[in-house]
Design a protein around this ligand. Structure first.
Ligand code: NAD
Length: 497
């Protein structure tokens, strides 16, 4: 029997939104009573008034998290017990899959097709994976002399602040909260002011799953208010930050200005994707390059926004790429056929259009797109945009645009392409396409990035670390390594008489 099509517009119209903070297991307004508007980029309509948390609310959340940590209501559970609760949390997220997907789409504009098939299941899988991992990790005994027994154990750091961006609100939150909670920490999460709704709903679902009150708190608010109060807080032990390089630098300063909390930063990118003439499958290279830059409206930290193509195949590559672009025209995010949705807000729309203007002004060749679309909707949409004849010195090749804009740069010597690929402040991801295994290995070694893809792009899973070098940050989300960020090593040296 054919599955009945979901009427997402009807579901959206019937949806109730709650923008209040979640502190100590309860929904609460900001102590000041202040709110800010959550506007949907889909059509500009107001979804909710969210609590505009400031230092007082952050204090309350940190106090609740500290109390929960100190009485060991969560940290003191056996890892197998935390596992069961985290798995239930993941199961409940999947039970609420349509609701969470719709919240994400309405709040930040991504197509429902992807929030339902990628964001919610990936976030739930992340929670489940760390839950499943945590009762399989052993501590160490050091190889000391017979006169001592030295235990090296991992302990939770205490109160973890998680500050996350708007491009994958639930997924970025889960990359922080899953390892932090699995390790036994308490968490205060500050979602982006552009997309706070799914994180708030997650906290309710976590409580329902059995995560005790006070262990997982969410404070919506602005970065310069709630965010800085959290990062400067003297009773926060660790901060997991994902966002821009500009704010990442502030986070490290706040840590130094306050209590030297450990600060992990996952920041911006300007990833290089190098396609050599001996690429084993040109169609696959075109599909992955185009699919990855326009996915999530180009609002991905690891978007391959600089495409280096060897001159001898560039014309053919572009012909095939441009033929695909009509399929990426922006559309109604609530239509399941749409692959590119709305830009998160009017500010980001202006930024993206500004970069497109700058590309044209600096002499890059606009091959496709470039214009705002669907203005009649009241939302914010930009056509998939492709520039050819881009020079690495141009602003569109140097700065993170965070929109659906691809810069194509030709090369004749691979060493030049590698040098230009590395000539950026960022170092998040990169790719090389070649049939020559030696060239693939040499190039991936030479590229300064946290991840290098070979003959693919954006293929990974929860088992591998995600993060960057240089000004793309200093930490790694995902994989067992993320647990290292949220645990401290303790030595217990026992004298044997
Ligand atoms: P942003 O830096 O503006 O904001 C990120 C978060 O920081 C938000 O919650 C914001 O409110 C908060 N914030 C802002 N100012 C603050 C301050 N002074 N003190 C404390 N917190 C503050 O970034 P954004 O626009 O939300 O997200 C886009 C950026 O995130 C891009 O640069 C993108 O590359 C990056 N990103 C990186 C990764 C990664 O894993 N490396 C993943 C996703 C997004």
């Amino acid at each position: 029997m054919q599955k009945q099509k979901t009427d997402w517009h009807a579901q959206a119209a019937a949806m109730q939104f709650d923008g209040r903070a979640f502190i100590n297991g309860q929904r609460v307004a900001a102590q000041s009573g202040a709110t800010f508007e959550c506007l949907s980029p889909v059509d500009g309509r107001k979804l909710a008034d969210a609590a505009r948390c400031d230092a007082a609310d952050v204090d309350a959340a940190v106090l609740a998290a500290r109390a929960a940590f100190d009485d060991r209501r969560w940290a003191g559970l056996a890892p197998a017990a935390r596992k069961r609760i985290l798995i239930k949390f993941a199961d409940l997220m999947l039970q609420h899959r349509d609701e969470l997907a719709l919240l994400e789409t309405l709040d930040m504009g991504k197509p429902i097709k992807y929030s339902r098939s990628v964001d919610v299941p990936s976030a739930a899988n992340c929670i489940r994976w760390y839950g499943e991992a945590v009762d399989k990790i052993y501590d160490e005994i050091a190889p000391t002399a017979d006169t001592a027994l030295a235990l090296i154990t991992r302990e939770p750091v205490g109160v973890v602040a998680a500050i996350v961006p708007w491009n994958y609100p639930m997924l970025m939150a889960s990359w922080k909260i899953a390892p932090a909670l699995a390790a036994g920490n308490s968490v205060v999460l500050k979602p982006s002011e552009k997309s706070p709704l799914s994180a708030l709903r997650l906290a309710e679902i976590a409580l329902e799953a059995g995560i005790p009150a006070g262990v997982f708190n969410v404070v919506p608010g602005y970065g310069h208010e709630a965010g800085s109060a959290l990062a400067l807080h003297m009773d926060v032990d660790c901060i997991g930050f994902t966002g821009s390089t500009k704010v990442g630098k502030l986070i490290l300063q706040y840590a130094g200005q306050s209590n030297l909390k450990r600060a992990w930063t996952e920041l911006g990118g300007k990833s290089a994707n190098i396609v050599c003439a001996d690429c084993p499958d040109l169609d696959a290279a075109v599909r992955a390059s185009i699919g990855s830059i326009y996915f999530n409206q180009g609002e991905s930290c690891n978007a391959p926004s600089r495409l280096f193509v060897e001159e001898s195949i560039k014309a053919e590559f572009l012909t095939r790429a441009v033929a695909m672009l009509p399929d990426f025209q922006s559309g109604d995010p609530l239509d399941e056929a749409t692959v590119m949705g709305a830009i998160v807000d009017s500010i980001q729309l202006k930024t993206v259009l500004g970069y497109i203007e700058s590309g044209q002004a600096e002499g890059a060749k606009l091959v496709f797109g470039g214009e705002q679309q669907r203005t009649e909707s009241g939302g914010y949409y930009v056509a998939p945009t492709l520039f050819d004849e881009v020079k690495s010195s141009m602003k569109i090749a140097r700065e993170e645009i965070f929109g659906p804009v691809l810069s194509v740069i030709g090369f004749t010597d691979l060493n030049d392409a590698i040098r230009e690929a590395n000539a950026t402040a960022y170092g998040l991801q990169a790719a090389v396409w070649t049939a020559d295994i030696n060239k693939a290995i040499q190039t991936s070694r030479a590229l300064r990035a946290g991840t290098v893809h070979v003959n693919c792009y954006d293929e990974d899973d929860i088992t591998v670390p995600f993060g960057g070098v240089k000004q793309s940050g200093n930490g790694r989300d995902k994989s067992l390594h993320a647990l290292e960020k949220y645990t401290e090593l303790k030595t217990t040296w026992i004298r044997i008489g």
